[in-house]
Write a protein that binds this ligand. Structure first.
Ligand code: HSE
Length: 297
């Protein structure tokens, strides 16, 4: 049996659409062993598919097939802390767990880099899956199925407040809201800011983060899909965030905070309550610098 622990992730970091992401100390856990047939359990009551459509199962099976190994079935036990369809990398966590688990059960025939490549191809972009594997803040590009990435250590003088709405936003819907073409000047606007984020967050240039999360490729088109999203981002700045952005494809809004801003969470909770948004959750999170872990028993 293998146990896999995978961190939540927050992709895009504003302007770094499909390119930047970071890992958060908030984890899904999966136990996986070979078995005859499909035996899938949710240990925390979160509703997940328990048939062959289960993403961890499908991903693990595809790795067996890629390696040319006979596949009879799996027993999978999931603990799903990462909320589903909220822009915190829940599907990436499943893909990462499926690949790492199956690879471990087969005696690790594939190197981690190959798993990182497979995960990014399955997800369609490398900005969630790569930090899920590596931890830290990751700048990544994919070229012909190969991920080229650099991981940087997240500093410990910042924290992350994930403001999680009580509604889902499917990545497919959030991507369908995007235009098929953008103006050249908007491309330039974004690449300068994504580059600024890539060098500023992990080097402590926090004064750059607010302009760095400004973007013209996805957030202007998605924020309208998140009721109260725009005003929540504004409120993050009122309460002292260095930066606030749509996490991944949403619906979560992410604030990057100076450590020691102890008033942010209670004040944001009050503000949400006053607007009748008491179903929203605020998760105050540390960065994860280790990435996914596998234990074999
Ligand atoms: N970069 C992706 C997006 C992340 O924004 O659509 C979601 O998986």
């Amino acid at each position: 049996m293998v146990k896999i622990t995978v961190p939540a992730t927050s992709a895009n970091l504003g302007a770094g659409f499909d390119s930047l992401g970071l890992a958060l100390a908030y984890y899904n856990q999966v136990e996986m062993s070979e078995d005859q047939g499909v035996h899938i359990f949710s240990e925390d009551g979160v509703a997940i598919p328990t048939d062959e459509s289960n993403l961890i199962y499908q991903t693990a099976k595809s790795l067996y097939e890629k390696c040319g190994k006979p596949f009879c079935g799996l027993r999978i036990v999931q603990r799903n802390r990462i909320p589903l369809a909220r822009g915190l990398g829940s599907s990436s966590a499943c893909i990462t767990a499926g690949l790492l688990g199956a690879n471990a059960l087969l005696g690790n025939p594939l190197a981690r880099q190959e798993l990182v490549n497979m995960a990014a191809v399955m997800e369609g972009h490398p900005d969630n899956t790569t930090p899920a594997f590596m931890g830290g803040m990751v700048t990544a590009a994919i070229e012909n199925g190969q991920v080229y990435a650099v991981k940087q250590q997240l500093p410990d003088d910042i924290q992350f407040a994930a403001i999680v709405p009580d509604f889902e936003l499917k990545t497919a819907d959030a991507r369908a809201a995007l235009p098929s073409q953008v103006a050249h000047k908007d491309g330039v606007y974004n690449l300068s800011r994504a580059a600024l984020m890539a060098v500023s967050l992990c080097t402590g240039h926090y004064e750059n983060l607010r302009p760095a999360v400004e973007d013209r490729l996805h957030q202007p088109y998605r924020i309208g899909l998140i009721a109260h999203g725009r005003e929540t981002v504004d409120q993050c700045y009122q309460l002292g965030a260095y930066a606030a952005y749509i996490s991944g494809a949403g619906s979560t809004l992410m604030a990057i905070l100076p450590r020691g801003n102890d008033s942010f969470v209670p004040q944001m909770a009050n503000w949400l309550r006053e607007r009748g948004l008491s179903g929203w959750r605020i998760l105050l999170l540390e960065g994860d610098n280790d990435g996914a872990k596998v234990e074999q028993e």
